[in-house]
Design a protein around this ligand. Sequence first.
Ligand code: ADP
Ligand code: MG
Length: 360
Amino acid sequence: MGFRRDGVGRDPSRRRLTPRLSVHDIAIDLGTANTLVFVGGRGIVVSEPSVVASDSLTGEVHAVGAEAEQMIGRTPATISAVRPLRHGVIADFEVTEEMLRYFIRKVLDRRRGHPRMIVCAPSGVTEVEKRAVEEASLAAGARRVHLIEEPIAAAIGAGVAIGEPIGRMVVNVGGGTSEVAVISLGGMVLSRSIRVGGYEMDEAITQYLRREYQLAIGSQTAEAIKISIGTARPPESETATPVRGRHLITGLPTQVSLRSEEVREALKPPLDEILRTIRDTLEQTPPELAGDIARDGILLAGGGTLLRGFAELVAAETGMPVFSADSPLRCVAFGSGQALDHFDQLGSTTGMPRTLSTRD
Ligand code: ADP
Ligand code: MG
């Protein structure tokens, strides 16, 4: 396998031998919902929610990851459990840094010295935030850091040969963001990112229950409803689930029965927004690349695309074939991990690598 830095012409790196994946290099998918850590030679070794619980007075961190997630909505007044990347931007840099450090320390083998690191940050982060992620990684023990774009990582992770001069569309629906990108020759030709993802779907369910049943529920209950009976298109048979919450007027714990049709109605606005972004991006895609996408289909990645009927909805609304990554929640981490193999071809440590390209 060789590489091209510039996306055109012959591969200048062919002369060199491919550096073998150093067994302790680390790739991190720093997601708005979940952070995954891939360690060279081992694969994905950490997969935890991107949550930090800290003391709101002293800033002391109490828990990170799964343990912290348990505390959301259940903490005493002085401890707050937050998702520092919730809307795809780094809302709280210090907390993000703490979280990154925690995950890196968890896998870092100090005897082996400082690893090289690839970090996939959410789409839509600013240059300043990218720099901040790099600095946090260096501070946490990395020797060198590269950031990788999420659609590229998702495509690599899904086994798509991204280095070819063929247009590929990737739709990645995460917790706080959705990104639609067209890639060719290992680089992004077009990309659009919106701050609508799985959380906005949960929020839409929460709002529906308030409006229709005067019932207040927590964010984890909303997510559980989405996963258990949420659909993007009418299924063969509709279902229902009991939902417990607090009645807004009486203030008492209350249970209602919620039907899958109602959840689908609630989910329509965020889904429409994602579909609109896909259609807009398709409209802006140059004709040759659009032809490739019409032939090869749209790749779906990210946990949000696991919503039942989502792939069918995208296919119906765009007229394009649609296929899902084998493991939508893991393919970005997996692809970032595979990119470790090409670390030296990724370009400068301070910019986003735009031209990673792999060829046989
Ligand atoms: P990020 O990259 O932003 O961390 P992920 O790709 O990890 O996001 O996806 C997390 C989102 O996927 C969450 O909003 C979660 O509710 C949603 N999700 C996970 N599994 C399912 C499912 N089976 N159906 C619908 N949504 C799901
Ligand atoms: Mg993601």
